[in-house]
Design a protein around this ligand. Structure first.
Ligand SMILES: Nc1ncnc2c1ncn2[C@@H]1O[C@H](COP(=O)(O)OP(=O)(O)OP(=O)(O)O)[C@@H](O)[C@H]1O
Length: 316
């Protein structure tokens, strides 16, 4: 297996925070007839390395601790292609819902079925898979025969569940309106804009916020996780830089990829969510009044080159 881009020492540091929570969880589950796996959320900005970190964590949890570990990406829960087209057609003026990505473009029933099947040892668990290359890059559900399978009777210890908006929590309509009202117009001269709310109609932001609310109620709220690792940066502009580095590497390797302008347009689509929800997440997903205060959260701050410059448990 090729060496991971994540230094082993960084993985070890993360696990020194997380593993005691896993051990405690498995200990309390051992006497139960229906065992629930430990759900380790991994959230992070676009291109921060969520998939790469997930792979490294799964390997370390399996090989270093012998935990039966699987992973799921929120990207694998996208609606199938025809449903994504429906979302686009039903929301013609909402720029946030013209392609897969935002809350409102994932299959909630599929996510529920996945998490419920993990609790039922009499059934195989199929891990959903989405193929981004289908339909000229619009993507579609991969055939079920190609999904990974956890055979019935196998108990899964840990699920690493990664996604860009995991840990984001809906705001009240009033807070969204207030934030929107106070936000200045997008910086027209900025190469990498980080203030984009005014590019969107307030009702479009509210709609995505409502979709996020449903996600959190059903499978993505604080009660659905046991621990959250957050890949973050001290400068949001790095999200543009990371993606541009990635596309430049792709150009060198395959002579294809996005142009810098296309990257800016693409990353800008995620900025409204960062502007609205990042502060609260940085405060804590398991904050007071969540009823989950005993759970843990770790902030991993990376610089422009994705070097970890700070790692700290979030205390309430
Ligand atoms: N620590 C790192 N150092 C250098 N390169 C990295 C690092 N982490 C990830 N990369 C590279 O950055 C790119 C994006 O990584 P990855 O796909 O893991 O990010 P992601 O957060 O899952 O992306 P997306 O938000 O698009 O789903 C990949 O080319 C990966 O190899």
């Amino acid at each position: 297996m090729p060496a991971s881009k994540i230094p082993e020492a960084d993985i070890e540091r993360v696990l020194s925070h997380v593993q005691p929570f896993i051990a405690q969880h498995l200990n309390t589950q051992s006497s139960k007839s229906t065992k629930r796996p430990f759900i380790l959320g991994l959230t992070g900005l676009q291109g921060s390395g969520k998939s790469t970190w997930t792979d490294a964590l799964v390997t370390a949890l399996q090989q270093g601790f012998n935990y039966n570990t699987i992973n799921l990406s929120l990207d694998d829960l996208y609606l199938d292609h025809d449903e994504i087209v429906n979302v686009r057609t039903n929301n013609p003026s909402n720029q946030l819902l013209q392609a897969r990505g935002q809350p409102g473009t994932h299959d909630i029933d599929l996510s529920l079925a996945f998490f419920q099947s993990l609790m039922d040892p009499s059934r195989d668990t199929l891990i959903p898979s989405f193929d981004k290359s289908l339909f000229n890059g619009e993507g579609g559900r991969a055939p079920r025969e190609s999904w990974r399978r956890v055979p019935a009777g196998t108990s899964v210890d840990v699920v690493v569940f990664e996604g860009w908006c995991i840990g984001f929590q809906p705001l009240s309509d009033d807070v969204i309106k207030d934030t929107w009202n106070k936000t200045l117009q997008t910086q027209a001269t900025s190469k990498y804009p980080t203030r984009t709310l005014k590019d969107h109609a307030i009702e479009d932001l509210l709609e995505v916020n409502n979709n996020l609310r449903r996600y959190c109620e059903i499978f993505m709220g604080p009660r659905h996780f046991d621990y959250l690792v957050h890949l973050d940066t001290d400068d949001l502009v790095n999200v543009y830089e990371w993606r541009i580095q990635q596309e430049h590497a792709l150009w060198q390797m395959k002579n294809q990829g996005m142009t810098d302008d296309e990257v800016v347009k693409f990353v800008k689509g995620y900025m409204p969510a960062y502007e609205l929800y990042l502060d609260q997440l940085r405060g804590s997903l398991f904050g007071s009044r969540s009823g989950c205060e005993e759970k843990g959260q770790l902030s991993v701050i990376m610089d422009k080159k994705r070097k970890v410059v700070k790692m700290a448990g979030i205390s309430l």
